[in-house]
Design a protein around this ligand. Structure first.
Ligand code: ATP
Length: 225
């Protein structure tokens, strides 16, 4: 569980708070999509969850034992670097001191990427690549998986492959998932709750509430595609 109580955050002391009075409980088994406009503070919020930033005020208690983070695909991928999927996974095993290399195959199979283990990562499609990065994140046996815009730069077909896997990890494997989402359709389908960051505040709502209170109010329509 993560419990935020009256969390405020400013990057610099003396400047206005970017995030104000955030109160949220992330329970084990939740799947929460963080939504909001560009620059609203979603990534900053994630950095708070990851413990990379400390609240300027308030408290954030994180009871999860192991958190894995999957950043945006283009932040981590050098298409030119000649490294295979297995090598990417093995490198992470080394970093995490994981001796049991059978886990590499286990998680690649789980993400239906076993047959690509000897492929160069730069030759994979966007969705395949994200699945490898998720498999890599799973190597650390996380109980919380945080993703930053997993569908960035990924075509619709690849997205259609990726999101059911995330849902499966959440529903069948009990993994708690928090994801920054610009893909509202995916957020609506996968998560029970959205955390809407706007004007410095955060608001937990159901997808239905979000459409009623935000999408319709701002666009005049209930369509979010
Ligand atoms: N390290 C930093 N130092 C100072 N200001 C920062 C820093 N990182 C982000 N900001 C500012 O904080 C605000 C929120 O940024 P943040 O990246 O959290 O928003 P976001 O909702 O994730 O945006 P996007 O959807 O575009 O990724 C922006 O005005 C940004 O310029």
């Amino acid at each position: 569980m993560i419990q935020l109580s009256h969390v405020y955050y400013a990057y610099e002391i003396g400047t206005p708070y970017l995030l104000r009075d955030l109160n949220l409980t992330i329970h084990n088994g939740d799947y929460i999509s963080i939504v909001g406009e560009n620059g609203s503070g979603k990534s900053t919020f994630v950095k708070l969850l990851l413990g990379l930033l400390k609240p300027s005020e308030g408290s954030l208690v994180n009871d999860f034992k192991r958190t894995s983070y999957v950043s945006q695909r283009f932040e981590t991928l050098n298409q030119q670097f000649p490294i295979t999927v297995r090598e990417v996974m093995n490198t992470y095993c080394k970093v995490l001191h994981i001796k049991d290399r059978s886990l590499v195959d286990h998680y690649l199979e789980l993400m239906k990427m076993g047959e690509y283990s000897d492929s160069l990562i730069g030759n994979l499609s966007g969705g395949q690549c994200q699945k490898v990065f998720i498999a890599r994140a799973l190597l650390g046996h996380p109980d919380l998986l945080i993703l930053d815009e997993p569908s960035t730069g990924i075509d619709v077909k690849s997205q259609a492959e990726l999101y059911p896997f995330l849902k499966k990890l959440n529903e069948e494997h009990g993994l708690t998932i928090v994801t920054v989402e610009h893909n509202l359709r995916a957020a609506m389908r996968n998560s029970k709750f959205l955390y809407h960051v706007a004007n410095g505040s955060g608001h937990l709502c159901s997808p239905e509430e979000y459409i009623r209170e935000y999408v319709k109010e701002n666009t005049g329509s209930e369509s979010y595609v």
